[in-house]
Design a protein around this ligand. Structure first.
Ligand code: ADP
Ligand code: ZN
Ligand code: ZN
Length: 727
């Protein structure tokens, strides 16, 4: 009996009889199996062979074929996917589907083998007589080349494959299989790095000394302290031992510079896995990682599931970044799974950040991770100086307070570049009627439409709905006014304050995709742009050596968020964006605009930096029993019908109260902070436990019951273990 994981939303495996005449020794877990499923044929993953099935023998179907000669995932990675499906309460078939490249899910061979064609001896001795025009074209292509592949063949047009088949059948052409090279990128020459400072030396020594053992490290280094340099040296010694390094990064498209540093340092092929790859590029990279042809594998979240032959270290750069947690479907945390995988492999894992997640910091403080600190910046630049600008005392025209305008002028005058950070794109977050108080709402969400003046549209940032900008209030015909600031408006304001000074705006409206961000960054690095305005995108990993002033335009957005992580995120953004200032020799200055300068978070952050903030925030979390001092899962439901979502969650709550497993607290159900989005009412039930194991036991018992709830069929629901957002 075969137990197979199939890509369906059902939280179970499916039983099949093995294909006829199969050698039982070939039934190895992890291999792909072709199975009949309803009226379709699907590719599943063999999880185990079992001696009996609960499915009545008469109903049991027979698998059609075992696809692989060896399992695509190595044993540890296979186990990692199973663990993740189990831990995050996700259907195993979908978990494996997330782990395997699309082409393997579609049944493509695991081995990188390509079919090619060449002329057979017969074509020389007795040239073919009558041929159709397409056959002639194919033959001509073959005569001009030693061999041709499918690309060339298909370029000849529609019926070329058929023509080829008949030429093969007549013996003029023969086909053969060729192993394709995994990576085409030619290795560059190896570079050398700078001489390490004492802190870096210590960090590299500690990590390399832990080779071959499970050893989690938190590399806590301020921005520009040389963390990347530490990764590079650690990887150097990993490669010297003939092992592979897996490096997880938040978003490759946004940080082309980081990639360049890796390729400039090592004369080896890099397998770079990110969302911008085509399916076949992704498969090629994946194969190179699996075969060991690529000693260094760099990738975003899903790269945690890439198989490796001889892994030596896992690095998670910017480990605090929210993108490591998948927010829909299979809601795993690649950062947390990196620890599980490193443990299973007995290798070191390095979590690096200037602003560690409070969970990570707490693990380090509790001695579960070893803390390695890089407290100073490399080079001559000291730490940037932070100051608050009180918006109650200073007039802010177009969202920029007078002291900030004066500072910008001063820094520009001294030849520096200036960065303005505002995490809100568009022109203004609301279109308001001074006459009656009406504000343009999104018809599908409990939210206001954002004004985008350049494109003359109102856009909802929650559901994407668009509408033309109305000229007058629909209720009282008064002229409408955009209220508040977005990056687009700041760009306009700068033009007014500093006419002629070149500004580059970096947000999702101006840069989309890799080419555009590179072009925008080139204008900054080339010195052509003097002022940068941007959103969150600017806080991620970029190095702007000539930026000497950073202005955080609106700190208050994050001070009063509904989510318990709002203040942590705000502190991380401020520190990260501040770290962009004064990276080379220029001393940096950071101004933070706020209407609440006495807010304890800001006071702590300014007086003692991220560490002081984090200490205070951890105390608050402990008191309120939020993670990391408790463990959470959130059951979410949404429906066009408001009552349906709540009644499903109430039913789930009832089930949870009746469980044998105890030790969880239930909070809710309650409507989400923004209840209606894209026309659906959203609500959630929070499940909290003091221990991870307790939460797991309860969920294991609860999930099958919830799945069987009839009320669940009228709503869209999901379970999120270790959620990032509970607002
Ligand atoms: P982080 O990753 O912590 O932000 P980086 O590794 O990017 O820091 O280092 C910041 C800059 O300092 C880079 O330009 C890097 O090449 C340089 N750098 C790193 N380590 C040293 C060192 N020991 N001596 C001189 N320059 C260094
Ligand atoms: Zn009005
Ligand atoms: Zn909307």
């Amino acid at each position: 009996m075969l137990r197979v994981a199939i890509d369906t939303p059902l939280r179970r495996l499916f039983d099949y009889r093995p294909p006829a005449d199969i050698d039982p020794a070939s039934l190895v877990p992890g291999k792909r199996v072709l199975v009949p499923f309803g009226r379709r044929q699907l590719v599943g993953v063999l999880i185990e062979s079992a001696s009996h099935s609960d499915v009545p023998a008469a109903k049991l179907k027979t698998a059609l074929a075992i696809i692989d000669r060896e399992p695509p995932l190595d044993a540890v990675t296979f186990d990692l996917v199973r663990f993740a499906a189990d831990y995050y309460q996700h259907p195993p078939g979908e978990a494996f589907a997330a782990a395997l490249p699309a082409l393997l899910r579609a049944g493509r061979p695991l081995e990188a083998i390509e079919t090619r064609w060449r002329l057979a001896a017969l074509a020389e001795s007795s040239p073919p007589g009558r041929l159709g025009p397409k056959q002639k074209a194919v033959l001509a292509a073959l005569q001009g080349n030693e061999s041709i592949g499918l690309d060339t063949l298909d370029a000849l047009g529609g019926s070329a494959r058929e023509a080829m088949r008949s030429l093969v059948a007549r013996g003029y052409v023969e086909s053969f299989e060729l192993a394709t090279p995994a990576l085409t990128r030619a290795p560059a020459e190896a570079g050398t790095g700078p001489v390490l400072n004492a802190d870096q030396e210590r960090a590299v020594a500690a990590i390399t000394a832990a080779a071959g053992t499970f050893a989690p490290f938190l590399l806590h280094g301020v921005t520009g302290s040389g963390k990347t340099e530490v990764y590079l040296r650690v990887i150097e010694s990993v490669l010297a031992r003939g092992e592979q390094a897996l490096v997880l990064v938040p978003e490759i498209a946004l940080t082309p510079q980081a990639l360049e540093r890796f390729s400039a340092r090592f004369a080896v092929p890099l397998a770079v896995l990110h969302s911008g790859l085509s399916d076949s590029e992704r498969l090629a990279c994946w194969r190179a990682a699996r075969s060991g042809d690529a000693p260094i594998v760099i990738g975003t979240r899903s790269a945690i599931f890439v198989p490796l032959t001889r892994p030596g270290v896992i690095v998670v750069d910017e480990e605090h970044d929210g993108s490591y947690k998948q927010q829909e479907g299979f809601r795993y945390s690649a950062r947390d799974l990196a620890l599980y995988r490193a443990k299973a492999l007995s290798i070191p894992v390095v979590l690096g950040s200037a602003t560690p997640a409070l969970e990570t910091l707490n693990n380090a403080l509790a001695g579960r991770y070893r803390m390695l600190s890089l407290p100073t910046r490399t080079g001559s630049a000291g730490a940037p100086r932070l100051a608050l600008v009180d918006l109650r005392m200073h007039e802010a025209r177009h969202g920029i307070a007078t002291p900030c305008v004066l500072s910008i002028e001063r820094h520009l005058g001294a030849g520096g570049q200036v960065l303005l950070y505002l995490n809100r794109r568009g022109f203004a977050p609301a279109l308001f009627c001074p006459g009656c108080g009406w504000a343009a709402p999104c018809s599908a969400c409990d939210a206001r439409m954002t004004v985008h003046l350049k494109s003359h549209r109102l856009i909802c940032h929650h559901c994407g709905a668009e509408a033309p900008v109305p000229y007058a209030c629909p209720r009282c015909a008064t002229e409408l006014k955009p209220v508040g600031q977005g990056t687009e408006r700041i760009e306009d304001a700068l033009d007014e304050f500093f006419p002629g000074v070149p500004v580059v705006r970096i947000d999702r409206d101006t840069v989309n995709g890799r080419g555009e961000i590179e072009a925008a960054l080139a204008r900054v690095h080339g010195g052509e742009a003097r002022i940068l305005v941007g959103t969150q995108m600017l806080t991620k990993g970029h190095d702007f050596p000539d930026v000497s002033l950073v202005v955080v335009l609106n700190a208050d957005q994050g001070l009063f968020g509904t989510d318990f992580r709002a203040s942590e995120r705000l502190a991380q953004s401020i520190v990260q964006v501040a770290g962009r200032a004064g990276r080379a020799s220029r001393p940096g200055e950071v101004l933070i605009q706020t209407a609440c300068p006495e807010h304890p978070l800001l006071v702590r952050l300014l007086a003692g930096g991220y560490e002081a903030f984090a200490q205070g925030a951890l105390e608050e979390r402990a008191e309120a029993r939020w993670p990391p001092f408790s463990h959470l899962a959130v059951l979410r439901a949404e429906s066009a019908d408001r009552a349906a979502a709540m009644s499903f969650l109430n039913a789930a709550r009832g089930l949870a109260l009746g469980l044998e497993s105890r030790g969880v607290e239930l909070l809710g159900p309650a409507p989400a902070a923004m209840e209606r989005r894209a026309g659906r009412h959203r609500a959630q039930l929070l499940i909290e436990a003091g221990r991870r194991g307790t939460l797991k036991r309860v969920l294991d018992e609860l999930m099958p019951l919830i799945e069987a709830l009839p009320a669940g069929r009228r709503v869209r629901w999901s379970i999120d273990v270790d959620p990032l957002d509970v607002g």
